[in-house]
Design a protein around this ligand. Structure first.
Ligand code: HEC
Ligand code: HEC
Ligand code: HEC
Length: 184
């Protein structure tokens, strides 16, 4: 219990630090300086710089500074959904309300946004049970890169964006009128 409480304190501190960035400029490191590409490689000249490619997309203020959901929903990008012609694409639109959040606002897990990018098997049943409330999930696991943390903080928006997951205030109308699946 003490570990949990300390964890929550650290999380809240991280969140405060993240939202304290007041004056914010959207800027990406160049390919030569990103620590990933070899600055001496002749191939750099033919690659597009992130600042050129990403600045055309809807902004975000965390992660790689692009709101990818808005990019997709707004038609700014049209990723190919399959590589092989016979792959069956399945979508789902239920939301699951996750309520084991201590004093924090409740978490909404939205299927529509996830299945727009991912296949069911990316999550089921290895990471999550196909049953609201069936899976043990908590912030400790997530921060260790498990459950939601397999992607968030790695390839999807970072864990410092608490409110994007913890989006429904306790006791609010949004909670009372939530029409999809609730896990107690
Ligand atoms: C990617 C989504 C996501 C983000 C981002 C996120 N959380 Fe969570 N959080 C969850 C989920 C899911 C649970 C578990 C809910 C459940 O099991 O019903 C949870 C649970 C919690 C809990 C309950 C206690 C515990 O240990 O599980 C606390 C406190 C918490 N989060 C704080 C935070 C804070 C503070 C931040 C920002 C620094 C944050 N969370 C960011 C998804 C997220
Ligand atoms: C990004 C991860 C992810 C993807 C992709 C995903 N799910 Fe889920 N799914 C979850 C989570 C998280 C829950 C809630 C689990 C819990 O509460 O223990 C859930 C719950 C469910 C449930 C029970 C609640 C409900 O909505 O009825 C079903 C059924 C389900 N998923 C089916 C699917 C199917 C079918 C697909 C593909 C079309 C899919 N899921 C894609 C993460 C995912
Ligand atoms: C297999 C990868 C994966 C897992 C696991 C995963 N997510 Fe996501 N999530 C994504 C991607 C990809 C996006 C879209 C890109 C982005 O917003 O960064 C996304 C977006 C979201 C969004 C934003 C929706 C919007 O409209 O902007 C929320 C909220 C979210 N995830 C919550 C969760 C929660 C809560 C969990 C765990 C219960 C979870 N995710 C697990 C990959 C994942």
């Amino acid at each position: 219990m003490r570990v949990r409480r300390a964890l929550v304190a650290v999380l809240v501190a991280v969140a405060a630090a993240a939202s304290a960035q007041v004056a914010y400029k959207r800027a990406w490191p160049t390919l030569a300086a990103d620590g990933l590409h070899d600055p001496a490689s002749p191939a750099l000249a033919i690659l597009q710089e992130p600042s050129e490619a990403l600045s055309a997309l809807p902004p975000d203020f965390a992660g790689n500074l692009v709101n990818w959901m808005a990019s997709l929903d707004g038609g700014y990008i049209k990723p190919r959904s399959t590589v092989l012609a016979d792959t069956r694409v399945t979508l789902r639109s239920t939301d699951v309300l996750l309520k084991r959040t201590g004093e924090l606002p409740l978490v909404v897990f939205p299927h529509r946004q996830h299945t727009a990018w991912l296949d069911c098997t990316n999550c089921h049943d290895q990471l999550f049970q196909q049953k609201a409330g069936g899976t043990m999930i908590n912030m400790f696991l997530i921060l260790q890169g498990e459950k939601c943390g397999v992607c968030h903080g790695a390839v999807a928006f970072p864990l410092t964006e608490c409110a994007r997951c913890h989006s429904v205030a306790r006791g609010s109308d949004a909670e009372k009128t939530f029409r999809n699946l609730v896990r107690e």
